[in-house]
Ligand binder design. Structure first.
Ligand SMILES: O=C(O)C(=O)C[C@H](O)[C@@H](O)CO
Length: 268
């Protein structure tokens, strides 16, 4: 049993079938991340793919959200073992890796998150935040077992290999990227296109069939609720930057005139 500081409660919640409601953080800022961490979400996505988030700001975000129950999931810009090593060493325990298309890639990513003999993660946490600079003296005993690895399937090629990717040992869940998937299926900017929705719904069933957790981002409440009803297990239901745009725009319009911004179809 991992000590409290090392136990990945998000990983175990997914394994226990508990749905986890999250918020996407695209502001790349530790101050706003802490504000969001106190809002009551189960998890927060620290997006290093589509926001100007670098390792230093990701570290600051991890530190600012640490006192709160919301679990930090970090996303590198790509599934690079070097970036993965650095993110794990600054203390990330849960990773979301974009653009996964083959089981071979999935196996490599599992090994990149594990110390030998299960994998090839470089050993250095003893001088890093992950093991609190040596203060967590059982870190090496628990690190492999407490990492949560979530892979993104978001292309036609990835869908073709979905079952093999989801079934890969060491993968905890598969995130369906509706924005990229819609583009890959020939419907850019239309994550609610019938062909995309059909693919997402079928993919959720396949992932569940593999005993893994399906996840996605949907900023439209009805869309998110629908996928949750189908068994999606980790669902981000908003993006900090989009919430700020809408709230500030609507406030200005209340005083300056103009209709509130329409509830647009989910951009994701
Ligand atoms: O393709 C997707 O969808 C995702 O990867 C999730 C969101 O798009 C996120 O990347 C923000 O754009």
């Amino acid at each position: 049993m991992a000590p409290e500081m090392l136990a990945n409660t998000f990983k175990s919640a997914l394994k226990d079938g508990q749905q986890q409601i999250g918020l996407w953080l695209a502001m790349a800022d530790p101050y706003s991340a802490e504000i969001c961490a106190g809002s009551g979400f189960d998890w927060l996505l620290l997006d290093g793919e589509h926001s100007p988030l670098d390792l230093r700001t990701m570290l600051a975000q991890l530190q600012s959200v640490a006192p709160y129950p919301a679990h930090a999931v970090v996303r590198p810009p790509i599934g690079d073992p070097v970036l993965i090593k650095q993110m794990l060493d600054i203390g990330a325990q849960s990773l979301l890796i974009p653009m996964v298309e083959t089981p071979q890639q999935a196996e490599m990513l599992v090994r990149a998150t594990r110390y030998p003999p299960q994998g090839f993660r470089g050993v250095g946490a003893g001088i890093a935040r992950a093991a609190r600079w040596g203060r967590l003296d059982t870190y090496m005993d628990h690190a492999n077992g407490e990492v949560c690895l979530l892979l993104q399937v978001e292309t036609r090629a990835g869908l073709d290999n979905l079952e093999a990717i989801a079934a890969t040992e060491g993968v905890d869940g598969v995130f369906l990227g509706a924005a990229d998937l819609s583009a890959s299926l020939g419907h850019p900017g239309q994550p609610q296109h019938p062909e995309v929705v059909d693919a997402m719904e079928k993919a959720i069933a396949i992932i569940l069939g593999c005993g893994k957790a399906p996840g996605l981002l949907a900023t439209d409440e009805a869309v998110a609720t629908g996928y949750l009803a189908l068994g999606a297990r980790f669902v981000a239901v908003g993006v900090d930057a989009l919430l700020l745009v809408k709230a500030t725009q609507d406030l200005a319009r209340r005083f300056k005139g103009g209709a509130p911004s329409a509830t647009t179809a989910s951009p994701y």
